[in-house]
Design a protein around this ligand. Structure first.
Ligand code: AMP
Length: 279
């Protein structure tokens, strides 16, 4: 696996495979890899001639009150994981490489980017959409892989790809969870043992919501009931979002850590059991 840091190096590395007509798979990430990232890499590996993983903690998707400096970073460990998974190119640019002095053009999602996560984190999806558009332009992937864990991000990216006629296929994989049901997230390292057990109310609430939905009851009420019973967490939102499929989405705070999770309301029965589990 090659690690490259500049746009020029990416273009050069992909020139020949592109000319040969090989499929180019892209997995955009912010690093601190866990089994969720690995699942995306494996799918991309199986479906593409060349696999590019981008590792970039995108400053523009953090707003002023969020701690960009606190985001977990471990490029050495990440490079090892990506290499083991057969990734060809790890693109790990500096912030200046993607946002050089004078940078002044943004992709601004509409309504979809201003609700839910977009309301709690103003400017977040503008940062996400802009960096994804840039990565698509730099890599020119045939397909790009995203996780259902960030359901609204998937919706925003799909909308952008449609609206801007970007020639990339957006592929989505189910949320990978720990055995206890908690969705894997780079931010989970911030949770103490007690906070982690408090956070388990989130997947439990989504299960309760999905079960309620399957039996014709209101998923939001059912999910709220579970979350409200857990005094040590604060609820930011619980709602059914009309993404590709209606999706029960929720965000909570446990101590200083935000957790988000969701359950597509498509099939009957609990949601956390049909997603991939990671021991
Ligand atoms: P991140 O590095 O957190 O920006 O995530 C990079 C990609 O991995 C995004 O498409 C996420 O949706 C996806 N991802 C993060 N956590 C999970 C998970 N638990 N299961 C599946 N995909 C995930």
């Amino acid at each position: 696996m090659r690690i490259v840091r500049t746009v020029g190096e990416v273009r050069e590395a992909l020139r020949e495979p592109r000319a040969r007509g090989e499929g180019i798979g892209l997995v955009p990430t912010m690093g601190a890899f866990h089994a969720g990232h690995v699942a995306l890499m494996r799918e991309a590996r199986g479906a593409s001639g060349v696999v590019v993983v981008s590792l970039f903690v995108n400053p523009s998707q953090f707003n002023a009150s969020e701690d960009l400096a606190r985001y977990p970073r471990d490029e050495v460990a990440d490079a090892r994981v990506a290499d083991t998974e057969g990734v060809d190119l790890l693109f790990a640019p500096s912030a200046d490489e993607l946002y050089p002095p004078g940078f002044d053009t943004w992709v601004e999602p509409g309504k979809l980017g201003s609700v839910l996560e977009g309301e709690v984190r103003p400017g977040h999806f503008r940062g996400v959409a802009t960096v994804c558009a840039k990565l698509f332009a730099i890599v020119g992937p045939t397909a790009a892989w995203f996780g259902q864990k960030d359901a609204q991000q998937v919706a925003v990216v799909r909308r952008m790809v449609d609206d801007l006629n970007l020639p990339v296929e957006v592929r989505v994989l189910p949320t990978v969870r720990d055995l206890d049901g908690l969705a894997l997230s780079s931010r989970n390292v911030f949770l103490s043992e007690v906070e982690r057990s408090v956070g388990l109310a989130l997947p439990r609430a989504l299960d309760a919501g999905a079960a309620a939905h399957a039996s014709g009851a209101d998923p939001v009420t059912a999910a709220r009931r579970v979350l409200d019973a857990e005094r040590a967490l604060s609820v930011e939102y619980v709602a059914v979002a009309e993404f590709d499929v209606p999706t029960l989405v929720a965000a909570v705070r446990v101590g200083a850590t935000r957790l988000i999770d969701n359950a597509p309301l498509v099939d009957n029965g609990p949601v956390t059991t049909d997603a991939a589990r990671h021991g």
